[in-house]
Design a binder for this molecule. Structure first.
Ligand code: 48F
Length: 261
């Protein structure tokens, strides 16, 4: 391999960044599906949809994707998954071990990075450091897109925060923002829906309930992952991730069926 780098000027490098980014934003200002939140549920939704040829954009407020999937719980990075969630680990090529009957463990960094890579490889586009502020609402209160701003704008001093957001349109939005259910909460702030907030931890009940309740919560809006618990007042599940992966897959199925009609 050559050890001397090819010459590029600083301005060429700047233009290359600008060109790549603006061409992506131009194309994804209108998508089939926008997934808000790049945690385990959102990544699985985006991966499964992109694999089926759907034009899908992930909006993520952090610089990094993965949400809570890097860590198992209490800052310890062993992830637990209960059967049948290990089948998704197999699908993604993530190695795992059996810790007890029907309970599996895997390394957070390995599981998370493979899930991110799977979504990228499938063709999902990602807008990171981008925060959902609000939703676009159409006739009959149908959700028709997202209103976003750069994440750092929120941290600016009050006197210089006059930075307007921009809107991105789509046929379906997926709220995969975790415990805060930020997209559904934006509708709640407008008095369009009311959400109870999640219940106390009860793993035995919560995983099945979250997957069962994953789906269309309002015209144009699907809910996945822990946001499902907050929206339907279901018990939280604590540090186990099988339902996040399977809820993400279910959200993709629901979205695909709607897009087909
Ligand atoms: O929290 P997160 O991992 O959600 P999830 O996919 O999985 C939940 C589990 O990690 C865990 C659990 C069950 O095992 O209890 O908590 O439901 O990922 C949510 C992602 O959404 C991003 C956030 O940074 C994270 O990466 N997010 C949250 N609010 C916004 C957002 C927002 N307003 N705009 C953009 N991204």
């Amino acid at each position: 391999m050559a050890t001397t780098f090819e010459y590029s000027s600083e301005s060429e490098i700047t233009r290359a960044i600008l060109k790549g980014f603006s061409s992506d934003l131009n194309e994804y200002a209108e998508s089939d599906v926008i997934v808000v939140g790049g945690g385990p549920s959102g990544l699985m939704t985006a991966k499964d949809l992109a694999e089926r040829g759907v034009k899908v954009l992930i909006i993520e407020r952090n610089n990094y994707l993965g949400g809570g999937f890097w860590l198992g719980g209490f800052l310890m990075n062993t992830i637990t998954v209960r059967a049948p969630g290990q089948k998704v680990l197999e699908e993604l090529g993530i190695p795992y071990e059996e810790a007890a009957k029907g309970l599996y463990t895997t390394a957070g960094p390995h599981a998370c990075s493979k899930t991110i890579a799977a979504a990228c490889d499938a063709g999902a586009k990602i807008l990171n450091m981008t925060r959902l502020e609000d939703v676009v609402v159409r006739d009959q209160n149908r959700v028709g897109g997202v209103v976003v701003n750069w994440t750092p704008v929120e941290a600016l001093p009050r006197e210089i925060t006059c930075v307007d957001p921009v809107a991105l349109e789509c046929r379906l939005v997926v709220d995969a923002t975790g415990h805060d259910a930020e997209v559904v909460s934006a509708l709640e702030r407008r008095g369009i829906v009311k959400i109870p907030g999640e219940g106390a931890m009860w793993v035995e009940k919560s995983e099945d309930l979250v997957v069962e309740h994953t789906g269309l919560v309002h015209p144009g809006l699907i809910v996945a992952g822990m946001a499902v618990s907050s929206v339907y007042g279901l018990p939280r599940m604590g540090p186990t991730f099988g339902a996040m992966l399977l809820s993400g897959k279910r959200a993709a199925e629901v979205a695909y069926d709607i897009l087909k009609t």
